[in-house]
Design a protein around this ligand. Structure first.
Ligand SMILES: [Zn+2]
Length: 209
């Protein structure tokens, strides 16, 4: 199962018809936010793979009546649990709030409330059906893992708790590392979850559980 994950920065070699050749083996594309929707739409139109994504803090606020807030042909999985290519994926977009009117920005408490909407779906899947959540897709990292201590790049404490409780096999995120590039590893194991910073893109191979 081959995944192309993209985040935060448009890469010329992907925003290019050559992607059809260079990434023809990709089964699923995952967007971790802060990307122009035209970029995701280009990728989904060229690769024969579904594109799922969560919005970042530089993306428009989701509004079903505004086509500019939706990546056409792609699936926004913010606070949803979905199946794609035989994997179970969940999503939680947005970053920590650092501007009073910022879009897709949340205080620690606001993110906690958002995740209480996702948690019952994870609990049903994980605890009742006893099946793994393969990939949790987020924009921000959890608090203390791949995050930073400046006001815009602090991770979410409630996200860290969610990971600890439901132990997805993978968590893919973006938003950070730009500032700490080469200083920390982009991959961390946390209680059975492989946490991967995608910025700006990663090829990831995942076995079906
Ligand atoms: Zn961001």
């Amino acid at each position: 199962m081959k995944i192309l994950a993209v985040s935060d920065q448009v890469i010329d070699s992907l925003y290019n018809p050559a992607i059809q050749h260079n990434f023809r083996d990709v089964d699923l594309v995952i967007g971790c936010g802060d990307l122009p929707y035209t970029y995701l739409e280009f990728i989904v139109s060229i690769l024969s793979a579904p594109v799922i994504y969560v919005p970042g803090n530089h993306d428009p606020q989701y509004n079903p009546d505004n086509s500019a807030s939706i990546a056409e042909g792609c699936t926004n999985i913010d606070l949803k649990l979905v199946r794609a290519r035989g994997l179970t994926l969940a999503g939680a977009g947005g970053s920590i709030r650092y501007q009073p009117e910022g879009v897709n920005q949340y205080s620690q408490f606001e993110m906690f409330l958002r995740l209480t909407r996702l948690a019952p779906r994870l609990a049903w899947h994980r605890l009742i059906k006893r099946e793994p959540v393969d990939v949790l897709v987020t924009h921000s990292p959890p608090f203390g893992i791949h995050d930073d201590d400046d006001p815009a790049h602090t991770g979410f404490k409630s996200l860290r708790a969610l990971v600890k409780i439901f132990r997805p096999r993978y968590l893919l995120h973006g938003h950070t590392l730009f500032y700490k590039q080469n200083l920390v590893s982009p991959e961390t194991d946390y209680g059975g979850t492989r946490i991967i910073n995608v910025y700006p893109f990663r090829r990831i191979e995942i076995e079906h559980a």
